[in-house]
Ligand binder design. Structure first.
Ligand code: 13P
Ligand code: SF4
Length: 339
């Protein structure tokens, strides 16, 4: 029996007790078993209406943790490989984030922490406890505008590129933005100078950091009519060189809406681009360069099948209630602001 047949058999056996969620960066081999496929925002939104007792999350750990925070107490969230982490999320350890929040607020100004969903539950909890919230790449502008209205400034973390690209979209000036120096265990984070109202954590996505503006300039000379679309985790100069930038859901929509016969270069994770290429045979969809998220790739048909086989006795992803409560508050602020 093939792995696909085994998975289908487990799905039949478990019926409505099981729901498999997958992020768009998962391989086709995994995605074909998913009941729900989405970007970070869509997947977080869908947790609330799920009736299944077991939610199997094919994505990286912070996504499964987010699902566990939003799920009902009797539901169990599982991930087929607990080691599927996110490099960017690991660049913001919670104790360091808490130290930075305290340092930025030391002079009595109220700095609101806003974390990209690509962060640990403990970081989301620190945001929730300090009046802040969470954003995804699909709602970063709405949430940054919200956070700027809540206090005297915003600490945006962990992705400096998404923070900078979103700030530019909202018209913030460079003089209003400061990139934090978090070396020395946070000892170099100082309260804001007058005029500064956005503080960027110096994190990035190693996958989206592989795209460069000169690659775009070079391809334009070979493909003068090509459309170039990138994810906002790319550096601001890459976003400037592209024709459009936006979240995973934006990229899917923009490729879908491009006229037949277009050549489209996409700067994001390769599995999504490969799927878009198959979905749109009338367009020439190409990666800006092949960039695979090795952590997303840790989820395979083999470990999904194993997970389903031992589901009844598997240890689910759990977030302790003292962390889950403030993290849920931060997530609910986002889900309310972006209904
Ligand atoms: P989305 O928020 O667009 O789903 O992206 C998640 C992610 O990890 C991008 O690298
Ligand atoms: Fe994290 Fe980048 Fe992988 Fe997304 S693509 S999960 S941000 S390492």
């Amino acid at each position: 029996m093939t792995l696909a047949q085994k998975i289908a058999q487990h799905k039949d056996r478990l019926g409505s007790r099981l729901c498999i969620l997958a992020h768009h960066y998962q391989s086709d081999a995994v995605v074909r078993h998913a009941d729900i496929l989405g970007d970070s925002l869509e997947l977080a939104r869908r947790i609330d209406g799920l009736g299944a007792e077991h939610i199997v999350f094919c994505g990286v750990h912070f996504m499964a943790e987010t699902a566990a925070i939003l799920a009902r107490p009797e539901q169990k969230v599982h991930i087929p490989d607990i080691n599927a982490s996110c490099v960017m999320a690991e660049m913001a350890p919670a104790p360091l984030v808490e130290k930075a929040i305290a340092a930025l607020n030391r002079d009595g100004r109220r700095i609101i922490p806003l974390t990209y969903v690509n962060s640990s539950a403990a970081v989301k909890a620190a945001c929730g406890s300090n009046g802040g919230s969470v954003c995804t790449s699909a709602n970063a502008a709405t949430m940054l505008r919200w956070a700027l209205g809540e206090g005297d400034g915003v600490l945006f973390l962990p992705d400096a590129n998404l923070g900078m690209n979103t700030a530019r979209q909202l018209g913030l000036k460079n003089t209003e933005i400061k990139r934090l120096d978090v070396r020395g265990a946070g000892s170099l984070v100082t309260p804001a100078s007058p005029g500064q109202r956005l503080f960027l954590w110096p994190g990035l996505c190693a996958i989206h950091a592989k795209f460069h503006a000169d690659q775009i300039d070079a391809l334009r000379s070979v493909h003068p009519g090509a459309l170039v679309l990138v994810h906002p985790e790319c550096a601001p100069e890459v976003v400037d060189a592209a024709d459009g930038s936006g979240s995973t859901s934006y990229l899917i929509k923009a490729v879908g809406e491009a006229p037949a016969g277009s050549t489209i270069f996409v700067g994001t994770e390769w599995n999504l681009i490969n799927r878009l290429k198959t979905r749109h045979p009338d367009k020439d969809v190409r990666p800006l360069r092949k960039a695979l998220c090795s952590n997303m790739a840790k989820i395979t048909e083999a470990n999904l099948s194993r997970m389903l086989e031992g589901l009844e006795t598997a240890t689910p992803v759990r977030v302790e209630e003292h962390i889950a409560r403030p993290a849920r508050l931060a997530l609910e602020r986002m889900l309310t602001a972006c209904k």
